[in-house]
Design a protein around this ligand. Structure first.
Ligand SMILES: *[C@@H]1O[C@H](CO)[C@@H](O)[C@H](O)[C@H]1NC(C)=O
Ligand SMILES: *[C@@H]1O[C@H](CO)[C@@H](O)[C@H](O)[C@H]1NC(C)=O
Ligand SMILES: *[C@@H]1O[C@H](CO)[C@@H](O)[C@H](O)[C@H]1NC(C)=O
Length: 863
């Protein structure tokens, strides 16, 4: 059956017994246009619910042998106690609304975010003084006076971005008896399979349970609190915020909080005038069981007494009406919007809401499964420990990974990245920022802004390979906004056509350079790097409408900027000037530190990539005779090629400068190997060898995102063992109170550390693991290109490859056992590569093909 046919199978429900949702038993019906592939019908538990669902994508391929893989551990992040620090709390979210669940006992906090709460108003991202500064800098670069050019380039810097703001907190206060909970009964966990956070503990003979989820279809944060004995539940709930706000409780058992974000960021931008900022409203609505009593306390709190259970619904919205509307001119009323959302769920029971949440979430999450285990010998050894492991917290698993190298932990961290992407970026939401959507501070690290010189891109690396293409939609909406502001920046600052975006942006689609030193601020390639995601999206989905209507116009604007930005230099080469390699200084020939020169390797590799992509896109869309394409084709051979330095590494800058920081965290000059495509082991082995040496020279330390980039790079050198070393490097428990002692690592909630917390490496990890298992071009499919010996046995199902193919695979004792391929919409021919065997395989749409380790087709059936 096709995936689209899911629409025919909207869930139906038999009546639920009130609020009993905890033991759903789904009935799975496999139906396909009259052709029944097989049916599994299970009895409904207690007759509570029967739900018909399509086959999860991860379950479509059935290998014809039985795998040795042991059943995996549940996909749960577990904790031994309440959170002590923010990075111990559980993140939940629906793309727009997020909460961090601390799991306190007598006193609980759900720290809240809404992804449109930012400081500021739309800005002017142009600088009429830039052209004069630009020609000054260009002359200095031409004279090889790089240190002076670096100083002069500060004149090209702009203002800081705006700042992401936290919505507030739901506070729950239970009476002191809860501090008397029975030792050993406390449980707190996040179940990735259901995107639900649960806290449980017993006080005397009463078990208290709290369940939390954030629904995307119903746009609400739901908390259910229950006591196992009738009337045992009493607590007080309130809403608070660090932002300017006012909250009031009313007789409809609601708390309404109205507030506003600063119209101007705090330091270092000053606050002479303070325009009206983004306004927001959050409404908490409370339901209690029969017999439960609700009072209003101090006008702003609700006090519940003697209830069996209580349900909290938290809705929120803001006046943000796109990046071009002043908050003072916004016609969006966040209060009426919030109340409408509440009204729209009025008739839905908790069970309905939960079922709708599961249906939505699992449609995405259940597309991919990963199982990994060690060789059968070491498995026997592990088996004996299986029992005690049930109670082991995830933080303990992180700590013991250096010795036990538990492959099921890799599964968990891989799926956690997918979970976080589903929870922080959905169609219609803002892009996932430096912390996804989760941030508690008014002044978060680096303003929590999207950073375009690796971080924002890495956030979306797993979206295609890990089968979550919908989650990348906000990025394309964002790029459309950037292209509007970026056209003005290009025109005024650089007297260029097309659009440009620099390194740091914000919700207002800021496109001008950041404030400060050229080494990070002056980097006009942010938009161009993002543009490579457009072509990637097409190569994975083969969606021509997307290519024509969304991708091509943005690529055109990007390519015309690049054509204008490039200037003819000596030797007939086209140069970028000024040019930096993100955040990395060099030693200029006169011995001075500098960052600005010309034609950094990354500039050239990104431009080469964008140019070849727009040429390929024009070919597909029948536009290869466009004037722009002719210009691009003329420019292509004049781009400075990637060069190898005297020491055998990839040259990072225009000249073979001395590098004062050989372990620098960025790997910008290796862009061509990954995520770019201009360097491959097969195509240009000399460059691949130089990348190999560059990686050795760079060393292994670095922030989380640097570590995961290295995993992907080693994977593309087909070096599974080194990729694995970097996996191991990441799995290191960070103490939030001694962050300074760490580089990279994981917090107890599995958030990745720069440090501080930065979410890019969570996404980078999932993407990089996928690259270790499957790599592809439009024509080629590389199976297990970088499998480390530690993952001797495994199955991965539902990964996506270029050309619209879904890849499923099992391997045993380090050797491919079977691979299952299918393509939904188009028939394609793929060259399959597995350890020297290359076979051309025709994949007709709508059929599932199974190949053995010799890449011989052994089975075909209909999708
Ligand atoms: C972590 O929590 C402890 C205890 O509340 C506190 O003293 C400490 O400052 C927190 N650390 C961070 C980094 O927030
Ligand atoms: C905690 O439990 C102890 C022993 O059962 C009891 O004496 C004490 O009063 C309880 N404290 C509270 C605050 O309930
Ligand atoms: C990569 O570099 C290391 C260290 O210089 C060397 O031992 C190894 O053979 C190189 N591998 C390739 C494929 O060039």
């Amino acid at each position: 059956m096709t995936i689209n046919s899911s629409k025919k199978f909207s869930p139906f429900f038999l009546p639920f017994s009130a609020f009993c949702f905890c033991s759903f038993f789904f009935t799975w019906l496999l139906v396909s246009g009259g052709c029944c592939l097989g049916a599994a019908v299970g009895a409904a538990d207690d007759g509570d619910s029967v739900l018909a669902r399509k086959t999860a994508e991860k379950d479509i391929w059935k290998p014809t042998f039985s795998s040795l893989i042991q059943s995996s551990k549940p996909l749960k992040v577990t904790f031994s106690g309440p959170a002590k620090n923010w990075t111990d709390a559980i993140p939940i979210g629906n793309g727009r609304l997020g909460a961090m669940v601390w799991g306190g006992i007598a006193s609980e906090t759900l720290q809240l975010n809404e992804d449109t709460l930012w400081t500021g108003v739309p800005g002017d991202y142009t600088d009429p003084d830039a052209p004069a500064a630009l020609s000054e800098v260009r002359k200095l670069v031409d004279n090889r006076d790089y240190a002076k050019a670096t100083k002069a380039a500060v004149k090209l810097s702009g203002n800081p971005s705006d700042v992401y703001q936290p919505l507030g907190d739901i506070k729950l206060e239970f009476d002191d008896s809860h501090n008397n909970y029975t030792e050993g009964t406390y449980r707190r966990e996040l179940d990735l399979d259901t995107a639900t956070a649960t806290v449980k503990y017993s006080v005397g003979d009463v078990e208290f349970t709290r369940e939390h989820f954030v629904s995307n279809p119903d746009q609400v944060i739901v908390t259910k609190i229950s006591g196992s004995k009738p009337g045992s539940l009493s607590f007080t709930v309130s809403l608070d915020s660090k932002l300017q706000h006012d909250s009031k409780a009313n007789k409809q058992n609601q708390i309404m909080m109205l507030g506003s974000c600063p119209g101007k960021r705090m330091a270092p931008r000053g606050s002479e005038e303070n325009p009206k900022g983004i306004q927001f409203t959050a409404v908490l609505s409370l339901q209690v069981s029969q017999g439960g009593v609700v009072h209003i306390l101090d006008d702003k709190k609700l006090k519940v007494e003697g209830s069996d259970w209580a349900i909290l619904f938290l809705v929120a919205s803001s006046s943000f009406d796109g990046p071009f509307t002043m908050p003072s001119a916004s016609t969006k009323d966040p209060t009426s919007e919030s109340l409408e959302t509440l009204k729209s769920i009025e008739k839905l029971s908790y069970s309905d809401l939960y079922a709708r949440h599961l249906d939505d979430y699992q449609n995405l999450f259940h597309r991919v499964s990963l199982q990994l285990s060690k060789s059968s010998k070491s498995n026997l050894k592990d088996g004996s420990r299986e029992k005690s492991e049930a109670a082991v917290s995830t933080a303990e698993r992180v700590k013991s990974f250096q010795t036990d190298e538990d492959p099921s932990f890799v599964e968990l961290l891989f799926q956690y990245g997918r979970y976080l992407l589903i929870s922080s970026s959905r169609p219609g939401t803002q892009v996932s920022d430096l912390q996804g959507i989760w941030s508690e501070k008014l002044e978060p690290a680096w303003d929590c802004a999207p950073h375009l010189n690796i971080n924002l891109q890495m956030n979306y690396w797993p979206s295609l390979s890990c089968n979550l293409k919908e989650c990348q939609e906000p990025l394309f909406d964002y790029m459309s906004s950037l292209s509007i502001n970026g056209k003005k920046t290009a025109k005024v600052n650089y007297e260029a056509s097309g659009w440009v975006a620099h390194q740091v942006s914000d919700i207002w689609a800021k496109t001008s350079p950041d404030r400060g030193e050229a080494v990070w601020a002056l980097w006009p390639m942010g938009g161009a790097w993002l543009c490579t995601h457009l072509w990637e999206h097409f190569t994975y989905t083969m969606d021509k409408d997307f290519l024509q209507n969304k991708a091509y116009p943005l690529l055109e604007g990007c390519a015309s900027f690049l054509l204008d930005w490039l200037i003819e230099g000596p030797g007939g080469y086209l140069q970028t000037n000024p040019s930096t390699s993100p955040e990395h200084m060099f030693v200029a020939p006169d011995g001075q530190p500098a960052s600005v020169s010309y034609s950094s390797t990354m500039d050239m590799e990104i431009i080469r990539e964008v140019f070849s992509e727009i040429v390929a896109a024009a070919e597909i869309l029948g536009r290869k005779d466009d004037a722009l394409i002719a210009k691009v084709r003329q420019a292509q051979p004049k781009l400075l090629p990637t060069r190898i330095a005297k020491d055998g590494s990839i040259m990072e800058w225009a000249e073979d400068f001395k590098d004062p920081d050989i372990h620098h965290r960025h790997l910008s000059h290796l862009f061509g190997l990954f995520p770019g495509h201009t360097i491959t082991v097969e195509k240009n082995p000399d460059l691949a060898k130089a990348v190999n040496y560059t990686l050795y020279k760079r060393g292994e330390d670095g922030p989380g995102w640097s570590t995961t980039w290295k995993i992907a790079l080693w994977a593309h050198l087909h070096n599974g063992e080194h990729a694995y070393r970097m996996v191991k490097h990441l799995v290191n428990l960070v103490d939030p109170n001694r962050e300074g002692d760490f580089e990279g690592g994981l917090y107890s909630n599995l958030f990745t550390a720069h440090p501080p917390f930065q979410i890019d490496a969570n996404f980078g990890f999932s993407a990089a693991v996928a690259e270790m298992l499957v790599q592809s071009t439009m024509n080629d499919l590389y199976l297990l290109p970088a499998l480390p010996q530690q993952w001797a046995n495994g199955c991965v199902k539902g990964l996506k490859a270029r050309g619209g193919v879904t890849v499923n695979m099992c391997w045993q004792d380090g050797d491919l056992e079977q691979v299952g391929l299918w393509s939904k919409d188009q028939s394609i021919v793929k060259r399959l590569h597995y350890r020297g065997t290359i076979v051309s395989a025709k994949i007709a749409s709508g059929k599932v093909y199974t190949f053995n380790r010799l890449l011989k087709c052994v089975n075909i059936y209909n999708l």
